[in-house]
Write a protein that binds this ligand. Structure first.
Ligand SMILES: Cc1cc2ncn([C@H]3O[C@H](COP(=O)(O)O)[C@@H](O)[C@H]3O)c2cc1C
Ligand SMILES: O=C(O)c1cccnc1
Length: 354
């Protein structure tokens, strides 16, 4: 059997740079460990970038958009037309992620994978249309095998662009009305937990709406059960195909491709973390390349982060998606790098050690 590209080896982090960075942190003019997660982030970036001076000055943000057949079940507080409308808003600069990208001096890549309310060919949007939307995942597999392949490859194509542009950090975001339902279904299947444990309010469902969402995810899981063992990469791929979405699969493809290329990734919220879990299940070597921007307010995010043994940088109660939480965490990573690279050592500053 030929190896499918997402299962090919990931790049190797360099533990020598991690050791050196850890040693340097111990010599800087502060009690060892006192900069907590900032130290850990700088050490991880040094290890991933194979650099004594880690940096995240050049940031690439890809926001993948796609519509979901499961929106027909009334599982979002907003209408499906919003997905296409927001694609336009990303491109014209009015969305949260548009503002954040400008603040960071980051490149914003908007990729339309298929929206029912299609904004068409507009400047600032890359069209990689797969279909107007996925199939309703509680009635059929969300994607055909061919659609899954195209979506995974779309993510990899954005990573190739990011690398060509010299990016030091890749951020993936998503837009797709009803995609918290798809992400919940995928996470439940990958983690083997009940929908009631993970289903949340998304864009703002009330309790009755969340109960409807739970029932929809239960139907989906009943339809798509017995796909394979938890540790089987092919089974995880199949769950992604049946329960994911175009933008979720593109994120999975992007995360795997970034890890294969040796480009660190900063993960956003609930939906992107579900895509990240799928990436790690398909290719375990991808885990090392992931940093986590924030813990979202969305109900199931904590469980997903735990499953990935992730320590997110921020906890601000954000529940937007679009890569907004990851983008908000970039200044924290920049501060971590500046401290690591520019603080004086005890010897340089003539400060007494313990
Ligand atoms: C105006 C607007 C902008 C958004 N930007 C991201 N999302 C977020 O909300 C959606 C997921 O929530 P649900 O599953 O409840 O539909 C996704 O599109 C996500 O990115 C938005 C939602 C809205 C309404
Ligand atoms: O955590 C997220 O990414 C999120 C939560 C709610 C709605 N959209 C995205």
């Amino acid at each position: 059997m030929t190896l499918h590209w997402p299962e090919a080896a990931c790049a190797a982090p360099d533990s020598n740079f991690a050791e050196a960075a850890r040693a340097r942190q111990g010599m800087l003019t502060k009690p060892p460990g006192s900069l907590g997660g900032l130290e850990a982030a700088a050490i991880q970036l040094a290890e991933l970038q194979h650099s004594a001076e880690p940096a995240v000055d050049r940031v690439w943000i890809s926001v993948f958009a796609g519509d979901h057949g499961v929106a027909a079940e009334g599982v979002s507080a907003f209408p499906q037309a919003v997905t296409g409308e927001m694609v336009r808003n990303f491109a014209t600069g009015g969305a949260a992620i548009s503002v954040l990208a400008r603040e960071l001096g980051a490149t914003l890549d908007v990729v339309n994978l298929g929206t029912v309310n299609d904004p068409g060919d507009i400047p600032g949007v890359t069209r990689r249309i797969i279909a107007p939307c996925t199939a309703n995942l509680c009635e059929a597999p969300a994607m055909t095998p061919e659609q899954l392949d195209v979506a995974l490859a779309a993510g990899a194509a954005s990573v190739a662009q990011a690398r060509a542009a010299g990016a030091q950090l890749f951020i993936g975001g998503e837009m797709g009305i009803a995609n918290t339902t798809a992400a919940t279904a995928l996470a439940c299947a990958l983690l083997r937990v009940a929908p009631i444990e993970l289903a949340g309010a998304g864009t703002g469902l009330d309790d009755a709406g969340i109960a409807r969402k739970v029932a929809v995810v239960e139907r989906a899981l009943a339809l798509h059960r017995d796909v394979g063992a938890m540790d089987d990469p092919a089974a995880s791929r199949e769950y992604l195909r049946r329960l994911g979405g175009f933008e979720i699969a593109a994120l999975t493809g992007a995360f795997v491709a970034a890890a294969q290329a040796g480009l660190p990734v900063l993960v956003d919220g609930f939906i992107t973390t579900a895509a990240a879990l799928a990436a790690v299940r398909i290719n375990p070597g991808a885990r090392a390349w992931l940093l986590f921007g924030h813990r979202s307010h969305e109900r199931g995010h904590g469980r997903l982060l735990e499953a990935l043994d992730a320590q997110p940088l921020l906890h601000l109660g954000l529940r937007l998606g679009e890569a907004s939480g990851a983008a908000t965490a970039v200044p924290v990573l920049r501060v971590a790098c500046a401290l690591h690279n520019r603080m004086a050592t005890f010897a340089q500053a003539g400060v007494s050690t313990a």
